[in-house]
Design a protein around this ligand. Structure first.
Ligand SMILES: *Cc1c(COP(=O)(O)O)cnc(C)c1O
Length: 526
């Protein structure tokens, strides 16, 4: 048995498995069961519940009612439970292991937060309940908003956006409203090359032309190029700080001053706030609007366990344009929900409403309980430990993986590698697939675009040294195989329920509707 560099026995190598193992007759592997699609294992005459026939009532649908069977799959209760349980075991989750996805900040979701969010006073209320019966929930929104304002050094907050990308939309709409309010027609938003895809998409969605700002060889924004491009047509810039190369944009204050001087606004993509929370206040750097992904920095679940949430903080210049609704503490101490635009009020210039109700209440409760359980000093340590963990990963791997900005000093909360030095014909995809065989979800791959074959690893502060060492050992072994040109890596994953898929075909020609194989054959014969 061979040992990895932490002195642990390595798993059975791909070669051993290929030599000895026979495919099983069922397709099952050990206790991991092969599971067909629900349509293939069900039939529409079976059901898990017995229902009485519906009473005959006169239809009020004017002949538009469904006549044929609805065609839903039918399974008994036990078959249904097994189907979904088997599928869920094929999934990877933060509760199973380290999730190194760079930019995504996949941190542990503390169970205390879950307990708080499930308190009936928060979980069982309805957005249309009378306001005096939900003062506690409004207090949660208000207190969380206050923390976000304090942590970012900004003047106002919009709590309703439902994800980071939705927050970007909120921020850019506020910028557009502010420009319109002063009768200023500007048509361009500048976005650095290393930006997350949602940034240019948001600016384009709001109707702006998007122009790239080049990066310096050190991975940061080219300050001269940006300043040279500013002018009366530039509405603003969208800058991620720390950026997606895992580097702090040291010139942000200079950039903000120049953008403001030229009459524009500064949007900061705050998805990486985890690296600087408690350390740096974006408001001090001249930022006008920034979204905060509660599901990243403040540990609320990404999908699965709940939706995301992307509150946006605003500078004094943009706060008057923030969307409705918002919570306001009245003179008598009770909390009001301001839902209507009103020409007389201080929110007369609000750009309107983005969501039906108030935002993601369950996420607000989780995020506030995360913040309160850490306290101000604890949040500072979050940033410190996130950065420490990323640098540990960077320095532990730079002898086997190329770190394009490794010489520029420490990274922030994520470590960036490239595929330079892999054997001819091997790329990042091979390493990512090999990592699946080692039991880890791959890191973010081919992003940011400024680095060839990029691999962006963000361990977050919630991983222990032991967990990091195990991950580093796995990544090391796969990296060495990619450098040595181990052909079996081209066919990885070998041990996953599904092997290597044609991801391009799946993205370009998604098959979203199941058709019965018989019908498919008949179609083909026609
Ligand atoms: C995650 C992320 C976003 C988008 O946030 P969502 O909550 O997924 O919509 C935008 N920018 C960066 C840099 C991100 O990491």
């Amino acid at each position: 048995m061979s040992m990895n560099n932490q002195g642990r026995p390595t798993r059975q190598s791909v070669k051993d498995a290929a030599n000895g193992a026979q495919p099983t007759s069922t397709g099952n592997r050990a206790l991991m069961l092969e599971e067909a699609l629900i349509f293939e294992i069900s039939d529409s005459t079976r059901t898990g519940v017995d229902l009485l026939d519906a009473p005959k009532v006169a239809s009020r649908l004017g002949g538009l009612e469904r006549k044929a069977a609805i065609g839903l799959p039918g399974l008994s209760e036990q078959e249904t439970v097994r189907h979904y349980t088997r599928l869920s075991r094929q999934n990877y989750a933060i509760d199973l292991g380290l999730f190194p996805l760079g930019s995504c900040t996949m941190k542990h979701n503390p169970r205390l937060n879950e307990k708080m969010a499930r308190l009936p006073g928060f979980a069982d209320i309805h957005p249309l309940q009378p306001i005096h019966t939900v003062q506690g929930a409004l207090a949660v929104i208000d207190e969380l908003g206050e923390w976000l304002i304090k942590l970012t050094g900004m003047a106002g907050v919009a709590m309703s956006p439902k994800a980071g990308a939705h927050g970007e939309l909120c921020g850019i709409l506020a910028i557009r409203s502010a420009l319109e309010a002063r009768g200023d027609k500007r048509s361009v938003i500048l976005v650095p090359e290393s930006a997350h895809g949602t940034n240019p998409a948001t600016a384009a969605f709001v109707g702006y032309q998007v122009e790239d700002i080049p990066a310096n060889p050190d991975g940061r924004i080219n300050l001269e190029a940006l300043i040279a491009r500013l002018g009366p047509d530039v509405a603003g810039v969208m800058i991620t700080n720390p950026n997606t190369c895992g580097l702090f944009e040291r010139d942000l204050k200079t950039i903000s001053d120049a953008v403001h001087e030229a009459g524009g606004f500064v949007y900061c993509d705050g998805a990486n706030f985890n690296a600087v929370v408690g350390k740096v206040r974006p408001g001090d750097l001249g930022v006008d609007a920034m979204h905060i992904n509660l599901h990243k920095t403040f540990s609320t679940p990404h999908g699965g366990g709940g939706p995301g949430s992307g509150p946006v903080v605003f500078s004094e210049a943009l706060a008057p344009f923030a969307p409705l609704p918002f919570v306001e503490r009245m003179d008598d101490g009770h909390l009001a929900l301001i839902e209507e635009e009103s020409a007389q009020d201080h929110h007369a210039s609000s750009f309107g409403r983005m969501v039906a109700f108030h935002g993601q209440m369950g996420m607000f409760t989780r995020a506030l309980s995360y913040i309160l359980s850490h306290g101000a000093d604890g949040l500072q340590q979050v940033a410190e430990d996130a950065v420490l963990n990323a640098n540990y990963v960077l320095r532990s791997l730079e002898d086997v993986l190329d770190a394009p900005f490794g010489d520029a000093g420490p990274c922030m909360h994520e470590a960036l590698f490239s595929d330079a030095g892999f054997a001819e014909g091997f790329s990042t995809i091979d390493l990512a697939k090999g990592l699946i065989d080692e039991g880890f979800h791959p890191m973010t791959v081919y992003f940011p675009l400024v680095v060839h074959g990029a691999m962006l690893v963000e361990p977050t502060e919630t991983e222990s040294k032991a967990a990091l060492d195990q991950f580093i050992g796995a990544l090391r072994s796969v990296a060495l195989r990619a450098k040595a040109g181990d052909e079996s890596l081209h066919r990885a994953p070998h041990f996953a329920p599904r092997r290597r898929l044609d991801e391009t075909l799946a993205a370009r020609k998604p098959v979203l509707v199941w058709t019965e194989p018989a019908a498919e054959q008949a179609e083909a014969a026609e």
